[in-house]
Design a protein around this ligand. Structure first.
Ligand code: PFF
Length: 483
């Protein structure tokens, strides 16, 4: 029996693959989301739990996911079908790839709205709007921008368009070129900002806020957020890394690549946090300001520093670039699935899926103004519900099952050939994937079922409906594997 090896494209080198994966991992999650959720959840203890999640759960799952892509040689849905078939396991594992396709599109629908906001701020800075700005003015600039749905819609549309244009050009012609251009500058500008942060006089306070842990302040809800964010920031649990892994050559080391990706991603998040909180404390702002934190704090710094106009413009440009290299990875599982299994051209798939993402994104656009207080479940409006469902439910569950598949169902010889670990490291990897990861995810989940039962029930109902339809179709077509 032969397998469907559908991925014909590949990265041109190991370095390019690492850059692409780091590009996917480093994005709004590091620069925008991490500081604000750390602020919302009291800093210190939350940050430590987050770092533990990255090391204990994130790294093994990241490695597994890339390995699945390279071994499966196709888009996430087909790769899982291929591997399940080779491992004599049920074909329903393909549902895992499907979870990723769906989660990627849903995340992208709000990701482009926030990235659009960064694009708007790039132009604000370019026009000199931050010069000499005080904290109240920064606050009202943010309020004015988000309260106008047309403004948000405009920038959201532009971000979706850019994403479509890049992905439709393919792996080497589109993804690689964009990534090579955008990644190196990001790190440099963060270092410059870090230099500025040390001059604010609040760097020590920022450090203490991020690293001195008071576990009495830590709630289970915060643990769930930390775990969800570990998945979000590493781009794992939804098949992005699987899709990218399918383009990785046999001669490359994915174990080394995974470690580099984790280190780079964590470093950038921690640096961004230190920068943002230094500015927050130096200007007597509240660290728990929520999603607007980045947009309300950094302009103040840029407004005060020498050549702040230049740094502000560069910084928001780089946020946009970091977001773009993540956006193109969020849509890749769906694009490659449409291209490989449904016969779409890359460009057609990009336009179709991009339009869908644009449409769902309208809900997030409205969540910052007209629908802000339109709570769907509990105190969650459209945007925060979507964020919660994807980051705290779909990604951890996806990650859990990826781990379970690799640890328990995948043929051991295929697994070991892919991950290239030996001796103690291999034992540690297997142990973590077999016991620690599932236990951690299930524990955090179980403790939240009570408080979040309505959200979880809603997700389950919708998923059972969608998966049911999909599985019915898949079994009927039975085209997934060529026998
Ligand atoms: N890791 C990206 C970030 O931190 O912004 C977001 C992301 C990209 C999540 C790709 C998931 C994904 F598949």
């Amino acid at each position: 029996m032969s397998l469907l090896k559908l991925s014909k494209q590949s990265w041109s080198s190991q370095t390019v693959f690492i850059m692409a994966a780091v590009g996917s991992a480093v994005g709004l999650g590091n620069i925008w989301k991490f500081p604000y959720i750390a602020g919302d959840n009291g800093g210190g203890a939350f940050v430590l739990v987050y770092l533990a999640c990255i090391a204990i759960i994130g790294l093994p799952i990241l490695l597994s996911e890339i390995a699945l892509g390279r071994a499966g040689q196709a888009n996430p849905v087909q790769a899982m079908a291929n591997l399940a078939h080779q491992s004599k396991s049920t074909r329903l594992w393909a549902g895992l790839g499907f979870n990723g396709v769906l989660a990627g599109l849903l995340i992208l629908s709000f990701y482009t709205v926030i990235a659009g906001l960064a694009l708007a701020y790039f132009f604000n800075s370019l026009q000199g709007l931050f010069v000499g700005i005080e904290s109240e003015q920064a606050q009202s600039l943010f309020d004015d921008t988000v309260s106008n749905p047309w403004t948000l819609l405009f920038w959201h549309s532009l971000m979706v368009l850019l994403t479509i244009l890049i992905v439709s050009r393919g792996v080497r012609g589109g993804l690689e070129k964009a990534i090579n251009m955008m990644m190196p500058g990001l790190f440099l500008i963060l270092l410059v900002l870090l230099g500025y942060a040390t001059t604010t006089g609040a760097f020590g306070q920022s450090w203490a806020f991020m690293f001195s842990a008071d576990f009495s302040k830590l709630s289970w809800q915060a643990v769930m957020v930390a775990m969800g964010h570990a998945f979000f920031t590493l781009s794992i649990g939804l098949g992005t890394m699987m899709a990218y892994g399918a383009y990785v050559g046999k001669d490359m080391s994915i174990a080394k690549a995974s470690i580099i990706i984790v280190i780079m991603d964590t470093l950038i998040a921690v640096l961004a946090g230190l920068v943002v909180f230094s500015i927050v404390f130096a200007n007597d702002l509240a660290p728990g300001a929520g999603p607007g934190l980045l947009f309300q704090t950094l302009p103040i710094a840029f407004g005060q520093m020498g050549a702040g106009w230049l740094f502000g413009t560069l910084f928001f440009l780089l946020v946009v670039m970091a977001a773009l290299t993540s956006a193109i990875s969020l849509i890749e599982p769906a694009i490659s699935w449409f291209e490989q299994n449904w016969g779409f051209s890359r460009a057609k798939a990009a336009w179709l899926l991009g339009s869908l993402v644009w449409f769902v994104g309208l809900g997030t656009v409205l969540s910052f103004n007209y629908w802000e207080a339109l709570y769907i479940i509990g105190e969650r409006n459209f945007f925060s519900l979507l964020d919660f469902i994807t980051s705290s439910i779909m990604l951890p569950l996806g990650g859990l099952f990826i781990g379970v598949f690799v640890a328990w169902a995948m043929r051991p010889d295929i697994r070991e050939a892919q991950i290239e670990l030996k001796g103690r490291l291999l034992a540690l990897f297997n142990f973590s994937l077999r016991y620690v990861t599932p236990l951690a995810v299930i524990l955090v989940f179980a403790s939240n079922v009570a408080s979040e039962w309505r959200t979880i029930a809603l997700v389950m109902m919708v998923s059972v409906g969608i998966y049911g339809l999909y599985i019915y179709k898949m079994l009927k077509r039975a085209k997934c594997l060529s026998n």
